[in-house]
Design a protein around this ligand. Sequence first.
Ligand code: DAH
Length: 373
Amino acid sequence: MTNDPISNLTVPSLTSFDEAALDKAFAALAAQARDSAAAIDGPEAVEAFRLEWLGRKQGRLTDVSGKWLKAAPAEAKKSLGQRFNALKTVVEGLLEQASGSGPSDAALAAEAIDITLPGTRRLTGSEHPITKTLNEIVSVFAALGYSVGVGPEVETDYYNFESMNFPPGHPARDTQDTLVVANQERRPLRDRLLLRTHTSPVQMRTMELQPPPVRIVIPGKVHRNDAADATHSPIFHQVEGLCVDTNITFSDLKGTLDHAMKALFGSSVKTRFFPSFFPFTEPSADVQISCIFCGGKGCRKCKQSGWIELLGCGMVDPAVFAFAAEKQPTYDPKKISGFAFGMGVERIAMMKYGVSEIGQFYAGDMRFLGQFA
Ligand code: DAH
């Protein structure tokens, strides 16, 4: 072992346990440890130092805890324990210094990476079912030569309503429970901001920037002050479509949407057009498709009718072209005509994937979302 005389000293017994006595006793031990460490002159001496101070059976620290801690009266144990821990830290620090700056082989081995362990598996992301459906709808029209556009979600009253032929105070506005931005009473009505209730305003934004011909689809998020239930959400998605050119007729509209529904739901799907009303189209229609669940025979999903209503459409109202003509005079209803349509993405996704609660799309539940990966 070592010839260091200190190693022959044993820990004296303590007779007093007051603070001053403890300070003195521990200071003496710390000083001995420092002297002892300073005398270390090689790897063997390092090991001897370790055994002498930290050895599990005969080490000095074991001795201290055996003799002093045990003998201490209850009220002195806490402060003795603290001093003991401090001393241990000092001794360990001295040992580390003496054994060279790097960590020991044992410490390195403990930290080593076992390259035979399996790695951490990273989850692969996938498209959200709404994004997926939205992209699918857009691609059906892209294949027909439509371009894709977007517009702002915070919209002005002018684009969301007035230019779409909902005059101020017109009752048709009440059909779209609108969330408006507060404190704008000082602005003229047309400039007041709201959360767009449909993607139709982007029809006008597109026409203002681009003379006919136009073939565009516009996917996006819309907002309505609707209470959430199984099929309604105050935020949802639409895909808008607009086609303007010379000689566009209602049969172009029918042919286009019939093709799109077959592309989305399968070639056996039939479509039918029902008279409807939208301020920005004349005539307007609701499009129904034959029930994809029962093939048209009648079931619970289609309320025994064999048909499911899916989207709105119509021929662009001349009043809408008149608003567009304020910026682009080529939108002259005597020379051009067009059709428009709008569909809800959630509704289509729910039908395609058999989802019965719209809230599932927004809950962020990986068990639900993983099914669409
Ligand atoms: N904007 C309508 C809505 O949100 C949907 C719609 C109907 C859009 C007919 C159209 C259309 O372009 O022609 O309810």
